[in-house]
Design a protein around this ligand. Structure first.
Ligand SMILES: Cc1cc2nc3c(=O)[nH]c(=O)nc-3n(C[C@H](O)[C@H](O)[C@H](O)COP(=O)(O)OP(=O)(O)OC[C@H]3O[C@@H](n4cnc5c(N)ncnc54)[C@H](O)[C@@H]3O)c2cc1C
Length: 418
């Protein structure tokens, strides 16, 4: 990579901008971290390699080092989303060129996943890195600046204030925005959506003692319901599906998570509410790419290959905005709005059968999702680290058969009988 070049990174996740793609598959030993005997087959261990903290996994005698970033808030290991991760990695890998991170937000990169879990948090407490970090690492951060177009021939991006910035290489990681309700009244003041720390605080205070209606029963809607349940005077959840999480995790798990009775379906009945919270999915933030030659799919997600390269040279894309080939589903193209590997863990679209270990009622279970007699995903509750073990195997491209999923021997998942 040209060390004098401007390096231009728009908001979040790691895409490998180390340019020299030929060398990408090569392994590099940088440190001795433990003796072979310290890590038995099937075990994982957190180790330090230079300044990096990585997870070392041994599976059938093969060692793999993966990022220590666990995606779910509350897990011991956590970090940031796309562009921050990319900028940090570039510096860790000794990239000396100029790095600019741009966001239309007015806040430094923050942990978005906490918005639905700690809704009255101070913005400061959500930050993934403080300003000193960016100064120390010579990463420029431009806030309150919105990209309005990109010219991939001239290699420039134009911003809402008229500024035109050139780049040598660009990572587009503008994520997605929450979908609005498409009905009269959707723009009224007490119809709230959850995207920013300000939104979260607004919802927190609005829910207090209020009759609260939540539209949407996937992660955001259900997490807000769980958060607000002790504060609101009532919570009514409206869903287009019969059960929560039905689309993502299937009806069986949806049933377990039902916690509010009296969900009212489209029937003409008017529900009284003081607050209406909308969490019905997302739309990609790719409007500014229209008119550029960057290929997008029919839903306007940016198409990338496994190296996060778009069809245009020097233009990369990462994070929620991408449509990328997922190895564990045979290279099928997917878009997943989830924090890093949580993506892989939770992905079960298109499954045809579910094999259940344990019982939903005991709140301790492991569900395998199968397609053509092969496991394509898993979801679990109180069975750590089984889901991670499955994800690791799938990520390595190894098949988990139906027979393995059905077997009573769960030792490979580090589980006793369920
Ligand atoms: C309430 C909530 C709870 C969540 N909880 C979880 C969870 O528990 N587990 C999990 O795995 N995932 C969770 N997610 C999803 C997770 O936050 C996303 O997958 C992740 O943030 C995606 O990272 P990203 O870098 O692609 O985009 P983002 O983190 O969304 O970053 C995109 C950035 O680009 C900026 N931007 C957009 N358009 C422009 C433009 N034109 N010009 C300049 N800047 C622009 C945005 O303002 C933003 O700063 C949650 C999401 C929400 C909203």
């Amino acid at each position: 990579m040209n060390s004098l070049a401007d390096q231009f990174v728009m908001s979040q996740e790691k895409a490998d901008l180390k340019a020299d793609l030929e060398e990408e598959e090569e392994e590099e030993v940088t440190d001795v971290v433990c003796a072979e005997s310290h890590l038995k087959d099937g075990e994982m261990m957190e180790v330090d390699v230079g300044r990096h903290n990585v997870l070392l996994v041994r599976c059938d005698g093969v060692y793999n080092a993966i990022s220590n970033q666990c995606t779910h808030y509350g897990a011991p290991l956590s970090k940031g989303a796309a562009s921050l991760s990319c900028a940090e990695t570039l510096r860790q890998e000794n990239y000396r060129g100029r790095i600019i991170m741009v966001s239309r937000d007015d806040l430094l990169p923050y942990d978005k996943t906490r918005l639905s879990k700690v809704m009255n948090a101070e913005s400061d407490s959500l930050l993934m890195r403080r300003m000193e970090f960016f100064h120390e690492n010579d990463i420029e951060v431009w806030l309150r600046k919105e990209a309005v177009s990109i010219d991939t021939n001239k290699k420039t991006v134009t911003f809402d204030d008229g500024l035109i910035q050139s780049y040598d290489q660009i990572l587009i990681a503008t994520g997605c925005r929450a979908k609005c309700l498409d009905c009269p009244g959707a723009d009224l003041g007490n119809v709230l959506m959850l995207e920013t720390p300000d939104d979260a605080r607004r919802i927190h205070y609005a829910c207090m003692g209020s009759r609260t209606v939540i539209v949407g029963t996937s992660f955001v809607g259900m997490e807000v319901a769980a958060y607000a349940i002790d504060m609101a005077s009532s919570i009514t959840i409206i869903a287009s599906s019969e059960l929560p999480y039905q689309k993502t995790l299937g009806p069986e798990i949806g049933k377990v998570t039902m916690m509010v009775k009296g969900v009212k379906l489209k029937s003409g009945i008017i529900i009284e509410a003081d607050v209406l919270i909308v969490g019905i999915g997302v739309n990609p933030n790719s409007g500014f790419l229209k008119g550029s030659p960057i290929s997008m799919d029919s839903k306007n997600y940016v198409i990338v290959d496994k190296y996060m390269r778009t069809n245009i040279r020097d233009v990369y894309c990462a994070g929620d905005l991408t449509s990328f080939p997922l190895k564990m589903v045979e290279g099928q193209r997917v878009t997943i709005g989830h924090w890093q590997t949580a993506q892989a863990h939770g992905y079960g679209e298109g499954y045809t059968e579910m094999v259940l270990k344990g019982q939903f009622g005991n709140m301790k279970f492991l569900a395998f999702y199968l397609k053509h007699d092969k496991v394509v995903a898993a979801a679990g509750l109180n069975v750590e680290p089984a889901v991670s073990v499955v994800a690791e195997r799938l990520a390595e491209g190894r098949v988990i058969t139906k027979a393995e999923a059905m077997s009573d021997d769960l030792s490979w998942l580090k589980l006793q009988a369920l």
